[in-house]
Design a protein around this ligand. Structure first.
Ligand SMILES: C[S@@+](CC[C@H](N)C(=O)[O-])C[C@H]1O[C@@H](n2cnc3c(N)ncnc32)[C@H](O)[C@@H]1O
Length: 257
């Protein structure tokens, strides 16, 4: 069964709640183009609203986007009308073998139930010297953001809703699976940059269910967990309106078979 998470329900707020910070918008996008190679035919698997693919297209990339969510892609189309898009599942790609020079995923593989099948599909549609590029963002060092999220998840788990995602659990699981397929993965750290978080805004983000890890939690459990989170955060951080600066890192895992 395909239990992947379509982002249809997020289309109305996705662009408002996710950004492409400046050093990623320039250096990150360029690094993807460089990894794909000059004139590469690129498949953006799980293209969403085009947060990454639209800047690539605007720089002239020869890119095709697919996603489960037509609502997400209709926003992409408003930003770049000539975009070539199709509704498709990354684990059953509607393309012949050896079609692309690069397959790109960004913040997708944790949402894909049949993610191992998807990796086989990426390999199938890549030309012999093609690359699979998984772009991701990692927080560096202590992160209030991560601490708050994991505390909230542990509270929700106590209410009987353990944190689960249908796809890849972590970067290591993905890299191990790729190695098992005989691939060689090179990790390229593209750029580090500061990010600022306000604790109250993070809690409000959970309350307004902007991220998929909140979507399966029943209203009552969410309400109870937020009360607990609020008082825990008050004890731990004191002033909930204080801003915390953290470091983030944009990374490309570049896979060659
Ligand atoms: C978090 S968004 C990321 C979108 C874009 N790559 C970005 O970086 O902004 C994940 C996207 O993957 C899509 N998705 C999830 N599972 C999928 C699958 N099995 N096949 C195709 N798309 C999928 C969702 O609908 C959503 O649009």
């Amino acid at each position: 069964m395909n239990n992947s998470i379509s982002f249809d329900r997020a289309a109305d707020f996705y662009d408002r709640t996710r950004d492409l910070p400046e050093p990623v918008a320039t250096l990150g996008i360029q690094a993807i183009l460089d990894a794909a190679g000059t004139g590469a035919r690129i498949l953006d698997a799980g293209t969403g609203t085009g947060r990454v693919s639209v800047p690539l297209l605007k720089r002239g990339a020869n890119l095709f986007g697919i996603d489960l969510s037509t609502k997400m892609m209709s926003l992409l189309r408003t930003k770049f009308p000539p975009a070539r898009l199709a509704q498709a599942d990354v684990s059953r790609l509607p393309f012949g073998g050896k079609t692309f020079d690069a397959v790109l995923t960004c913040h997708v593989m944790h949402l894909v139930g049949p993610w191992r099948e998807a990796l086989l599909e990426y390999r199938r549609v890549l030309k012999p010297k093609g690359v699979y590029i998984n772009a991701r963002t990692e927080r560096v060092g202590d992160s209030a953001h991560e601490t708050i999220r994991s505390h909230w998840r542990s509270q929700v788990a106590k209410h009987g809703y353990p944190f689960q995602r249908p796809g890849v659990k972590d970067d290591k699981e993905l890299q191990d699976a790729l190695s098992t397929l005989g691939a060689e993965v090179t990790q390229v750290e593209v750029v580090r940059y500061p990010r600022t978080y306000v604790v109250r805004e993070l809690i409000e983000g959970i309350a307004s269910r902007t991220h998929s890890h909140t979507w399966d939690v029943p209203d009552e459990v969410l309400a109870n967990s937020l009360d607990e989170l609020q008082s825990w955060a008050q004890d731990k951080y004191g002033d909930l309106d204080k801003a915390y600066e953290e470091e983030a890192c944009f990374i490309l895992d570049i896979t060659r078979y």
